[in-house]
Ligand binder design. Structure first.
Ligand SMILES: *Cc1c(COP(=O)(O)O)cnc(C)c1O
Length: 364
């Protein structure tokens, strides 16, 4: 809803200071581990928090290399990252794109296949070569890498800026995949022209020296998700989502609430109806499990989450009335905690955040 709207709407507050502080923390950790630069993944609209606000704040904090997934994301980002002095930050497109498609936005393609290399061969453009070391997702397969090592001529007339790979299990430090991928990546680099390399995502930065590189690519930890699951979160929280109570209803014991009569009051109850539902990214799988917060107290969600509404049992919270705000996500109710209750990961909670909230950004 637009800020001047008289309609009660949810408010998503994004703390740009916390976001830039988190990025600096990651940059310093990566440098301490022997790494070079630290960039930022701002794909999917900066993990749902708004790339138009987040990316310029990170650029002002010193971030010079940004990663998006799609061409359209890169095209939208470029005008926001223009620089009056010298070339702006680089924007790499992880999914790649065909030559020319970026017009004059000077985006950097990630080359994920022999076909991508062939398409960009001879263009003289800067590019990042992606080799797959254990995801079987994007990047050159071991056989494709071997063929390129035997005949590197497709790389002629290409400015290879980095060779990159992506960790599959960085959030599980003891997983044998981590060391295996580090070894495969080192072997792959030895078969390719000597150019800088890019390795760790957020969790990878916490794995230490073997995962340091010329360019780290953190995303989630910048936005406050815990890059060290099972251990205390070293990052600052960046998001607060609160939604208004539209009305409060007194119901006798035995009254069902919501679709499917999914919850029935066991005592005379006060039920607050709140203006946020699954269409706003308040995941339906949180039905019966979510916890809201009001004045530092837990307020249980009851029944099924609807498209635009959800219900909270405020019987024990007499101060909550129409117009009160219930915090759905916040420092005491982190995206990771919400995700655990929904049976998903914090990434999905953030990237699901809906478009109907009023968004407020603290100045960086
Ligand atoms: C999303 C992504 C990242 C960032 O990962 P986080 O786990 O969010 O830090 C880095 N590299 C690639 C290739 C990605 O797709």
């Amino acid at each position: 809803m637009n800020p001047g709207s008289p309609e009660p709407a949810g408010v998503l507050t994004v703390d740009l200071d916390a976001i830039t502080a988190n990025w600096r923390t990651l940059r310093d950790l990566h440098a301490e581990a022997g790494g070079g630069e630290t960039g930022a993944a701002v794909k999917a609209d900066a993990y749902g928090l708004g790339a138009a606000a987040v990316a310029p704040a990170l650029a002002a904090a010193g971030c010079r290399r940004f990663f998006v997934a799609q061409l359209a994301e890169g095209m939208a980002l470029r005008p926001l990252l223009c620089s009056s002095h010298g070339p702006g930050p680089t924007i790499a497109v992880l999914n790649g794109f065909p030559p020319g498609a970026d017009e004059d936005a000077a985006l950097t393609p990630v080359l994920n296949s022999p076909g991508d290399i062939a398409a960009w061969s001879g263009t003289g453009r800067g590019a990042i070569l992606h080799v797959d070391t254990g995801m079987a997702r994007l990047g050159l397969s071991p056989a494709e890498l071997e063929a390129l090592a035997e005949d590197p001529s497709p790389l002629d007339g290409l400015r290879l800026r980095y060779v990159m790979t992506h960790l599959a299990c960085a959030d599980e430090p003891a997983h044998p995949m981590n060391a295996a991928q580090a070894a495969r990546f080192a072997a792959a680099r030895a078969r390719l022209p000597a150019v800088p390399f890019s390795f760790a995502n957020s969790a990878g930065i916490f794995l230490g020296r073997d995962f340091a590189s010329d360019l780290a690519r953190p995303g989630c930890a910048i936005y406050g998700l815990n890059p060290t699951p099972g251990r205390p979160n070293p990052m600052r929280p960046t998001v607060r989502l609160a939604a208004p109570v539209l009305q409060v209803r007194e119901i006798p014991a035995g009254t069902p609430v919501g679709y499917g009569a999914g919850w029935t009051a066991q005592r005379p109850s006060r039920i607050a109806t709140v203006a946020a539902g699954y269409a706003d990214g308040y995941l339906r799988s949180l039905s019966g499990r979510a916890i809201g917060r009001h004045n530092w107290q837990d307020v249980p969600l009851v029944g099924r989450i609807s498209m635009d509404l959800s219900a909270f049992d405020v019987t024990d919270h007499p101060a909550i009335g129409p117009g009160s705000m219930i915090e759905l996500i916040g420092p005491g109710n982190s995206p990771d905690q919400v995700a655990a209750r929904a049976g998903t990961i914090g990434y999905e909670v953030l990237t699901s955040l809906g478009a109907r909230y009023r968004r407020a950004y603290s100045a960086a």
